[in-house]
Design a binder for this molecule. Structure first.
Ligand code: HEC
Ligand code: HEC
Ligand code: HEC
Ligand code: HEC
Ligand code: HEC
Length: 478
């Protein structure tokens, strides 16, 4: 080997090799090879970018491994300097070491090569094993939902209770493709720093601005032409006396077909584009809407007192799935709706007199911490209902009320009732009526975005007890 190196280079290299034969430099070499080998193992999974790779492999690839790599790199010269100093400050390197040659015969060089060889071999074995596990782990819902425990607890709790509880966080938050993957890594890094230095915002602000366009993620599972058809919605309500009524709506969802009518067809159907301007971050105030079919037939709607000049100064967004389904997986509720749903599900025992009011009173109180609520809520419910039902029913109800609170309120993240609005519907939040208020009109005033009740749903029953329609459909055994 020595024979192939030009003498000038050999003269420079050999003292370095000799000097680097010390424990500090060796640790450095080990770290550099370890980081490089790990990196090579992780890279393919990372670049694939589909669900097999995780949001947080990036932390490892972009943050931890480079840190280790560069730390290793600095260890090497530090060790060389240290060794040189040990040998005596006045001695020139050449004199001290007498120019050993870079060849297999040179024991220092030999040791150095053997060490690199062994370190690399060991790293390959370790990395092959660990990186596989790390990838697997970081792709998991547990990692996203629980590693940053306090931060993601609200989303994780709601998610477990959602129709998407078997869909990985990364499938909506990142989705397929390498470029979004890299983009999410970069913002992921920022988030890691925010958590590490405790500078993240509480609550986490919405809408999530760097969320991938929903059509690229949602449509991976919900086929555009197929996610429609009319759908029956049965919504339970309870009176304070504990009597259940039901509202039955036939939702006119419609397909993605341009010829079709219905909710989906008119906003995300083929060739249909709805753009809107909003004046607040949360996109709740919408003074201008544009509807276009294949970019030709355009209609513009203006809220009262809004002019085209005003609109030119506003932020514009193209509507997609998450403008309506903004909480597909993190669905928080208001206390009344949560209580009605829990009563219908039997988590609160509806037959206990006054149970609804007790639950609402307890739920609407302020608790400064989760610990406090977990102690006070069950106790308060039990005290209020004591003697009105069997101890088992009271116990079940107390647990049910606490569960509602735990799913919706997170004092640690400053999340309380209504912090996150839900844009589906119009009863709890403005939702559809942000635009469908009959007051968004074309400039000639001839057409408005309709509030016609039957455009979106056919009302088959309105808070009826034992609605006849459910009996006719065979959906009720009463
Ligand atoms: C079905 C798709 C979907 C899944 C699965 C999903 N999310 Fe989300 N998530 C969203 C959407 C859409 C938003 C945007 C809400 C908005 O912009 O108003 C969001 C918002 C968030 C936010 C911002 C704060 C908030 O509450 O809006 C966090 C944090 C979050 N998700 C974490 C998670 C975690 C952790 C998981 C897995 C346990 C997860 N998400 C799974 C769709 C999803
Ligand atoms: C990895 C697949 C997957 C992705 C990605 C996904 N979903 Fe879903 N979605 C499902 C499954 C599975 C269900 C449950 C179907 C069922 O219960 O019939 C579901 C159910 C739904 C429902 C019906 C909920 C209900 O109460 O019946 C809506 C609405 C929905 N998804 C919207 C979205 C939106 C919006 C996105 C994108 C932000 C999205 N989904 C992304 C798989 C997915
Ligand atoms: C204009 C608002 C709006 C937009 C935009 C929208 N949806 Fe919906 N979607 C609805 C409403 C309203 C329902 C009925 C929900 C209900 O009453 O439970 C619904 C229902 C659904 C369902 C459940 C269907 C079923 O039969 O159970 C899925 C899945 C769904 N949407 C997916 C999507 C996807 C994917 C997109 C984006 C391509 C999208 N939606 C865009 C309003 C919207
Ligand atoms: C950003 C504004 C905006 C929001 C929010 C919005 N829509 Fe629309 N919607 C429109 C526009 C614009 C049209 C088409 C008007 C036209 O035909 O020129 C439309 C049309 C419709 C139609 C067809 C009406 C008809 O008479 O044919 C239905 C149904 C509908 N929307 C349902 C909903 C539902 C349900 C929601 C809430 C989940 C919703 N929309 C939220 C802007 C909006
Ligand atoms: C732009 C579409 C749209 C229009 C117009 C509309 N609704 Fe709705 N409505 C919805 C959606 C979406 C939901 C939510 C369904 C769900 O919870 O999934 C809803 C839910 C409801 C509910 C059930 C509320 C509950 O929780 O019990 C009632 C009642 C209702 N609407 C009445 C009306 C009436 C009355 C009108 C006419 C003034 C009207 N809606 C117009 C879209 C619309």
């Amino acid at each position: 080997m020595s024979a192939n190196l030009p003498p000038g280079m050999r003269d420079k290299l050999s003292p370095l090799i000799y000097l680097s034969n010390n424990w500090i430099s060796r640790i450095g070499v080990f770290l550099v090879t370890a980081a490089s080998v790990f990196w090579l193992f992780m890279l393919p999974t990372y670049l694939q970018g589909h669900s097999g790779a995780s949001a947080y492999i990036g932390i490892l690839l972009y943050l931890i491994l480079p840190t280790v790599f560069f730390a290793g790199l600095t260890f090497i010269p530090v060790g060389i300097l240290w060794k040189k100093r040990q040998l005596g400050p006045s001695a020139g390197v050449r004199e001290v070491i007498g120019l050993p040659i870079l060849s297999w015969q040179n024991p220092d060089f030999r040791k150095f090569l053997i060490f690199i060889g062994l370190a690399t071999g060991a790293n390959v074995v370790i990395a092959a094993n660990l990186s596989y596990r790390a990838v697997e782990h970081m792709d998991s819902v547990q990692f996203c939902g629980q590693t940053c425990h306090v931060v993601m607890k609200p989303e994780f709790n709601a998610y477990q209770n959602s129709p998407h509880s078997k869909v990985g966080c990364v499938q909506c938050h990142i989705g397929p493709g390498a470029s979004w993957f890299v983009q999410s890594k970069l913002s992921g890094l920022h988030q890691v720093f925010a958590v590490a230095f405790n500078t993240y915002e509480r609550p986490i602000p919405v809408p999530v601005e760097n969320l991938r366009p929903a059509r690229e993620t949602c449509e991976g599972c919900h086929w555009p032409d197929k996610y429609g058809g009319d759908k029956l919605r049965v919504i339970p309500h309870f009176s304070d006396a504990g009597e259940m009524t039901q509202t039955v709506l036939l939702m006119r969802i419609g397909g993605g077909n341009i010829a079709g009518s219905g909710i989906h067809s008119r906003h995300v159907g083929q060739g249909i584009k709805v753009r809107y301007a909003h004046t607040d971050r949360a996109r709740q105030t919408i003074p201008w809407v544009e509807y276009s079919v294949r970019d030709t037939a355009k209609r513009e709607y203006f809220a009262e007192k809004t002019t085209p000049a005003d609109v030119s100064k506003m932020q514009i967004r193209e509507m997609d799935c998450v403008d309506c389904h903004n909480r597909p997986s993190h669905n928080t509720e208001l206390p009344e709706r949560a209580t009605d749903n829990a009563m219908a599900a039997g988590n609160l025992v509806a037959t206990i007199p006054g149970v609804r009011k007790v639950a609402l009173d307890v739920l609407k109180k302020d608790y400064t911490s989760t610990v406090q609520a977990e102690a006070e809520i069950p106790a308060a419910v039990k005290k209020a209902l004591d003697g009105k039902a069997s101890p088992a029913d009271v116990e079940r109800t107390a647990k049910g009320v606490l569960a509602i609170w735990q799913r919706n309120i997170f004092p640690e993240m400053k999340i309380t009732w209504g912090t996150y609005v839900n844009n589906i519907g119009h009863n709890d939040y403005p939702g559809c009526f942000r635009c469908h208020d009959d007051k968004h009109k074309t400039q000639d005033g001839a057409k408005a975005i309709s509030q016609d009740c039957n455009a979106c749903h056919v009302m088959l029953a309105m808070e009826e007890s034992k609605p006849k329609i459910l009996k006719d459909l065979g959906m009720s055994d009463q």
